[in-house]
Design a binder for this molecule. Structure first.
Ligand SMILES: C[S@@+](CC[C@H](N)C(=O)[O-])C[C@H]1O[C@@H](n2cnc3c(N)ncnc32)[C@H](O)[C@@H]1O
Length: 247
C-alpha cells in the first residue's frame, strides 16, 4: 500500500495524528526533497516517527521503481511538504502506483495554495497559479498566464532547489515581471503596482508585506520559501485585511 501524506507548512508537529499512526506502521518512509523547503531538521521527524527517513529527489521519484516495488509487498509512506497534490509530479507517482495495482491512500495537510488566504485575499477570486523558474529570460508563458487572469488575483510561485539550498527571492520574481512587462510595453505591471509578498507562511517566521513594487524592492526578507501575489479586483474587506500588512 502507498500512503501519500502531506506534512503541512510548519514543523514536524504539523503532521496529523492520523498520519503519524500510519507512518509508524509503514516499513519505508520517503520524503520528497524538491517541491518545497523543509523548515525543520529531518532528524526531529525521524525521532517523532521512530524510523529512518529516505530523502527522495525529483529524478528518484519520477524514474525509479524502488517505491513502487516496495509498495507491492509492504506499506510505504511518501511524505510531501505542504499538501500532496500541489505539485503535478506526485500525481504521476499516484498513477504509476494505481497502474501496478497498488492501493493508495491520501492524507491531506495545509498548503501554500490555501495559506495565501492569510493575506485577506479571497481564495475564490484567484486565477491560475503561475510559476517563475530560475532561468526565466526566455519564459513568456508565466507573464501571459498572469495577463489571462484578468481581474482575478495571481499567485506567483518562485523556483527553488532545496538539495542545493537555492531559493528564489521575491526581488528576482519582480525582476522577471518588470522585465517582461517592459519588453511588451505593458502597463499592467510597473514600479507603482501594488503587490503582496509572502514568506514562510504557516510557520512562526511568516512574513506578509503589501506595497508598491518600488517600496518592496527596498525591503529585505530572509525567510523562505517566498511567493508573490498581484491582487486583481479587490473587495473592501480584502483591502481592509491587506492594509494590515502595508509597508
Ligand atoms: C511547487 S510549490 C509546492 C507547494 C507545497 N507542496 C504545498 O502544498 O504548499 C513550492 C512553491 O510554493 C511557494 N511556497 C511553498 N511554501 C510556502 C510558504 N510556506 N510560504 C510562502 N510560499 C511558499 C514557494 O514559491 C515555493 O517555491
Amino acid at each position: 500500500m502507498l500512503y501519500l501524506i502531506g506534512l503541512g507548512l510548519g514543523d514536524e508537529k504539523d503532521l496529523t495524528l492520523n498520519s503519524l499512526d500510519v507512518i509508524k506502521n509503514c516499513s519505508f518512509v520517503y520524503l520528497e526533497n524538491y517541491t518545497s523547503f523543509l523548515v525543520f531538521d529531518v532528524k526531529k521527524l525521524e525521532s517523532l516517527i521512530g524510523k529512518n527517513v529516505i530523502l527522495a529527489e525529483r529524478e528518484f521519484v519520477e524514474t525509479s521503481d524502488e517505491m513502487i516495488n516496495n509498495a507491492l509487498n509492504s506499506d510505504v509512506a511518501f511524505l510531501v511538504k505542504g499538501d500532496v497534490f500541489s505539485a503535478t509530479t506526485h500525481v504521476d507517482l499516484f498513477l504509476r502506483a494505481v497502474h501496478h495495482g497498488i492501493r493508495c491512500s491520501v492524507l491531506h495537510n495545509s498548503s501554500v495554495l490555501t495559506a495565501v488566504s492569510d493575506t485577506g485575499l479571497s481564495l475564490y477570486k484567484f486565477g491560475r497559479v503561475v510559476s517563475i523558474p530560475f532561468d526565466y529570460n526566455n519564459v513568456y508563458s508565466s507573464y501571459e498566464t498572469f495577463l489571462s487572469n484578468g481581474d482575478s488575483h495571481t499567485l506567483f510561485l518562485l523556483d527553488l532547489k532545496p538539495s542545493e539550498n537555492k531559493f528564489m527571492n521575491f526581488k528576482d520574481g519582480f525582476n522577471y515581471l518588470l522585465n517582461k512587462s517592459g519588453e511588451r510595453n505593458d502597463s499592467r505591471i510597473g514600479l507603482d503596482t501594488m503587490c503582496v509578498v509572502c514568506a514562510a507562511l504557516g510557520t512562526d517566521k511568516a512574513v506578509i508585506k503589501y506595497g508598491k513594487i518600488c517600496d518592496l524592492l527596498n525591503f529585505n526578507i530572509d525567510a523562505y520559501p517566498q511567493c508573490i501575489i498581484i491582487p486583481g479586483k479587490t473587495h473592501f474587506v480584502e483591502e481592509e485585511v491587506l492594509n494590515l500588512f502595508r509597508l
